[in-house]
Design a protein around this ligand. Structure first.
Ligand code: ABU
Length: 356
């Protein structure tokens, strides 16, 4: 055994190694209640037309060029980059409860969370993502063999009882209480519903993460970490990384629409609101909100990699004292994420600290 390469406690310490996803093999998920809960209404036609089939080849090629460009940039900047397997996700899988085609290995941030020296493999909540982690297994196996800890959260069956039969995206609250398409019947979470700030980890319940999932995380990260459940005003939440984006000790970017109340813990931090996205209501955003604009990657607490068309955001970040590296990434957006989603931290230097 050698010393583990896996170590990351926050979103901003100097990045030394990360996984960059691959988009080849991506398959459009079959339209169901879980997808409907978070997809923009304008995207329904896309899933109904292509569900179960590979994403159109021209979309894949354009997005793959941008992803490869990101991977090459990171390598040039001295970051070690690993990539998952290219898997054909159009194959149908069968469990005792259901059958489904898959999705992709394009968004490692959704599947893998590194907390300290431990890799946490998320159980996920969509049937199309049930086996997604296997695309990362050769990498995880090698990190394990090099000394990392690796834990896999229990997977829900994703049977009928797991989803709320009476959930409607048009009624996201009942008596003021947020409703979600997944139930509390079994543990579920996507890794991207957690954001790390040293000893403090913030998590939201969403249409892919339930209370049991957050509790599972709380019990497994150990006494060095505190998991705080936070709630925002996104009525169809899925993934926290376009809602709050911690950029460094004491600096928080907060979504101007969904974060009306800053969580108590951040009260002493400088909180700023980004400008609106340059292409709001983009009909090619099939899985996500327009706020992919702030789904960018910190190389360290001064430098961020952002999408090149987001000029108002770039100016805003420069005014705040950040160095920005702008890259083309717009063709990746239709797959549901930007530069943060397309990567997962494996190693950032720095030690475990409390920032609150
Ligand atoms: N996976 C990030 C998407 C979050 C959003 O729709 O804003």
């Amino acid at each position: 055994m050698t010393e583990s390469r896996v170590w990351s406690c926050n979103e901003w310490d100097p990045l030394e190694e990360c996984i960059v996803g691959v988009v080849e093999g991506s398959t459009v998920p079959i339209w169901d209640a879980a997808l409907q809960a978070t997809s923009p209404k304008h995207a329904e036609w896309f899933f109904k037309k292509y569900g179960g089939q590979p994403f159109p080849q021209d979309m894949v090629s354009r997005a793959a060029r941008e992803l490869d460009g990101l991977a090459e940039l990171l390598v040039r900047l001295g970051v070690r980059v690993t990539r998952p397997e290219r898997v054909d996700f159009s194959k149908t899988v069968q469990t005792p409860w259901w059958s489904s085609t898959g999705l992709y290995a394009a968004m490692p941030r959704d599947v893998i969370l590194v907390v300290g020296d431990t890799i946490i493999e998320a159980p996920m909540a969509w049937r199309s993502r049930y086996f997604e982690a296997y695309a990362y297994r050769p990498l995880l196996q090698s990190y394990f063999q090099n000394g990392a800890k690796w834990i896999v959260a229990p997977k829900p069956t994703m049977g009928e009882n797991f989803y709320q039969a009476d959930y409607s995206p048009d009624r996201p609250r009942i008596d003021g209480e947020k409703q979600f398409v997944i139930s509390e019947a079994e543990i579920a979470f996507d890794a991207a519903d957690f954001v790390r700030c040293g000893r403090d980890i913030f998590a939201q319940k969403s249409n892919v993460t339930n209370g049991l999932g957050i509790e599972w995380m709380r019990r497994h990260v150990g006494h060095d970490f505190r998991v705080h459940e936070v709630e925002f005003d996104d009525e169809h939440p899925m993934h926290i990384d376009t809602t709050i984006v911690p950029l460094g000790p004491g600096k928080l970017l907060a979504n101007p629409v969904w974060v009306n109340k800053i969580p108590e813990q951040f009260k002493s931090w400088e909180v700023r609101r980004p400008p609106p996205p340059v292409s709001p209501y983009d009909s090619a955003l099939y899985f996500s909100s327009d706020w992919l604009t702030i789904n960018f990657l910190s190389l360290d607490e001064k430098t961020v990699i952002v999408e090149e068309r987001e000029e108002p955001l770039i100016e805003f970040l420069k005014d705040w004292g950040f160095d920005t590296i702008a890259i083309p990434f717009r063709n990746f957006y239709p797959f549901g994420g930007s530069i943060h989603c397309a990567t997962a931290d494996i190693r950032r230097s720095g030690s475990l600290r409390s920032y609150f």
